[in-house]
Unconditional design. Structure first.
Length: 473
């Protein structure tokens, strides 16, 4: 098996504690890496401290050039990186290729934003005391960043922490998911060739216990976490005085209004429902459909599901493959069965074979059922009708402890504005599905969906601290 070394503050190293990575479709081990121990983590933190002032002094053009060099190198290895990503995560290859392309775009956006670091001048003479005084605000790197990224987008969600940190001048230590660490170790290899100061980046697979030590470390100034709500809010409690961004879960809903061309939107709806087996934070878990088109919507969705192709994620024709592991597939199966026991009607799917769960559509799902109320993170959707008033649809969408993104398919400006004003979410998507995300946009949620926003520019804002200079003349 190929051994992927850790990237520890500019050094490629191994430790005695090996981590085996399996092909998630076959279950066969195909590569190894290592887990970082606390001594390695501490050494990386101390090297990051040394790198911080060096990175802060890097001129904008150098940051731009280095980040663009990373983008170009990832682009040149697109196919190889996508194959590796697909193998370690069971992400169908066409989605894996898209993820690599998005990682390239994220670095390009970071390169551009490195040339646009904020700054301003302030007039002080708004009162007599400020006469002959002026203010200048400059933004400085907040300090060392700790990033914790999940398995479902092992490259691009990690890059959404790494690229802004490097653009802002912050050293970063990244903990990738233990199930899918290899993609980012390969990206670390690429970044190593870009010429950033030693200590600027560490990519360290580690145990959850070691990860908590990273979270609590007094030298870490900013924590960026993407994962489950329970873990995220717990880490917030443990993080002390650090600045923190949490990108957590969701059970996103799409409103389908009466005047929509259902045939035109169905491919988008199927993608939102079942891409990567629903293992996406903004997976469209709930469809809220105008009662007059409910039957037609269900009929068209059932027809579309029947032509989805399942199989190996490395086959370019595959639409749906296995989930990340059998334990999660069993959990999803149990949630489906719970919903049916509570009175839900199964329209298709509901079966499991190993880590594969068939695309599943349910109706008449009680709001208390886990597949409705919680983040299912699996290939399951719930369809329900609303009474025709957009206010009723908004109430149904908001009937959730989550608030990440929501979609509304409508040609009515009045309905769209009502949704934008009334939906309690971080983002409203018009005439496109909830999985819509562009890497430069502000992305994040409210309620149990998180705290703060990602998107390169918005992440950088959190990674910078303003400092004021008042001068007299």
């Amino acid at each position: 098996m190929v051994l992927y070394p850790l990237y520890a503050a500019g050094q490629f190293i191994s430790t005695e504690n090996e981590l085996t990575v399996t092909d998630k479709f076959t279950g066969v081990p195909f590569a190894k890496t290592c887990l970082a121990d606390e001594e390695t983590i501490e050494r990386c933190i101390q090297k990051a401290r040394l790198a911080l002032p060096v990175m802060a002094r890097l001129p904008a053009y150098e940051r731009y050039e280095k980040l663009m060099k990373v983008a170009g190198a990832i682009r040149s290895e697109r196919e190889q990186l996508a194959l590796l990503l697909s193998q370690e995560s069971a992400k169908p290859l066409r989605y894996a290729l898209t993820e690599v392309d998005r990682a390239v775009q994220t670095f390009v956006v970071a390169a551009e934003e490195a040339k646009r670091l904020p700054g301003e001048t302030i007039s002080m003479d708004w009162t007599a005391a400020g006469k002959n005084k002026a203010g200048r605000v400059k933004y400085f790197p907040v300090g060392i960043v700790a990033g914790i990224s999940p398995f479902n987008f092992p490259m691009n969600l990690a890059v959404h922490k790494v690229a802004p940190a490097l653009a802002a001048g912050c050293p970063i230590i990244l903990k990738p998911a233990s199930a899918t660490p290899l993609s980012m170790l390969e990206v670390a290899r690429i970044i190593d060739g870009a010429g950033f100061p030693e200590g600027s980046l560490s990519v360290l697979p580690m145990s959850r216990q070691s990860g908590e030590c990273l979270v609590k470390h007094p030298d870490i100034a900013f924590l960026s976490f993407t994962g489950s709500p329970d873990v995220g809010w717990y880490l917030k409690e443990q993080s002390g005085k650090k600045k923190i961004t949490l990108e957590l879960g969701g059970n996103a809903a799409a409103i389908i209004t009466r005047q929509v061309d259902l045939n035109a939107i169905m491919a988008d709806c199927i993608t939102g429902a079942f891409a990567y087996s629903g293992q996406i934070c903004i997976h469209t878990q709930r469809f809220i459909v105008h009662h007059e088109v409910m039957d037609e919507f269900i009929s068209r969705m059932l027809q579309a599901v029947q032509i989805l192709k399942s199989g190996s994620p490395q086959n370019v024709a595959t639409d749906v493959s296995v989930m990340i592991d059998e334990a999660n597939a069993i959990r999803v199966e149990n949630w489906i069965n719970e919903a049916m026991a509570l009175g839900a009607r199964l329209l298709c799917g509901g079966t499991r074979e190993g880590a594969y769960v068939a695309p599943t559509i349910l109706t008449n799902v009680p709001a208390s059922a886990k597949v409705y109320a919680e983040e299912v993170f699996g290939p399951v959707v719930c369809i329900e009708a609303y009474n025709g008033a957009i206010s009723d649809a908004i109430v149904k969408v908001n009937n959730s402890r989550f608030g990440l993104q929501a979609s509304v398919f409508t040609d009515s400006a009045t309905e769209l504005n009502a949704c934008f004003e009334g939906l309690t979410v971080g983002g409203v998507i018009h005439n496109a599905i909830t999985t819509t995300r562009f890497d430069h946009m502000p992305y994040g949620g409210v309620k149990d969906s998180g705290l703060g926003r990602e998107g390169v520019k918005y992440t950088m804002q959190d990674m910078l601290e303003p400092k004021l200079l008042v001068t007299s003349f």
